[in-house]
Design a protein around this ligand. Structure first.
Ligand code: HEM
Length: 163
């Protein structure tokens, strides 16, 4: 079967498409945590619909044991630069972030966060993310969050190389 033709609606986010692997390993931080490193594989694709599909799978850098995982959709409002990012995470969070794409940079902030029963404490109250394609053609993701115990602080920074 021929690969589906990309919807023109997702053209402003076409720089995100592909399979990406963290290089170097991602860096995790937070005031309550020891700094940590992680590997992450990101798949960002489309099936011809006016949205992107994504999955991010993190692994321990030494043991390769699966860690954080999330998947969802990145939707664009037709004829605008407005973006909605919908994500379900293995930690029991389901969230929607909204924002804008400008050139090769996407900035989004949480609009609603639902916690599935028995999600671990402390709970997340706000999330912001920035994705950008840097001058070396690598994708970067930065995630900050506020929890029930900490104000908005960076939790993750990762640079991915296209594979
Ligand atoms: C801890 C949220 C993505 C690794 C935490 C905590 C929260 C959180 C609320 C507890 C912080 C505390 O104890 O004060 C999130 C959210 C994410 C995300 C909302 C995505 C939007 C990731 C990713 C990794 C990761 C991609 C990569 C491996 C960790 C680790 C800890 C942690 C190792 C400490 C141990 C633990 O609590 O499991 N995260 N996280 N997180 N996160 Fe994330």
């Amino acid at each position: 079967m021929e690969p589906p033709r990309m919807s023109p609606v997702v053209e402003p986010l076409s720089w995100m498409l592909g399979t990406w692997l963290s290089e170097p390993p991602g860096a995790g931080t937070f005031p309550t945590l020891q700094p940590f490193r992680y590997l992450e594989e990101a798949h960002i694709s489309h099936v011809g619909q006016p949205m992107l599909n994504f999955s991010f799978s993190a692994f321990h850098p030494d043991t390769h044991k699966p860690m954080h995982r999330e998947c969802g959709f990145i939707r664009l409002e037709p004829d605008t630069n407005k973006v909605a990012f919908v994500s379900a995470q293995n930690t029991g969070i389901v969230e929607v972030e909204e924002g804008e794409v400008n050139g090769q940079e996407l900035c989004i902030a949480s609009h609603s966060i639902a916690r599935i029963s028995f999600a671990k404490e402390p709970h997340v109250e706000q999330i912001t993310r920035k994705f950008r394609l840097n001058s070396e053609g690598k994708l970067e993701q930065t995630v900050s969050m506020a929890t029930t115990t900490q104000p908005m602080t960076q939790h993750l920074h990762v640079t991915y190389k296209k594979v």
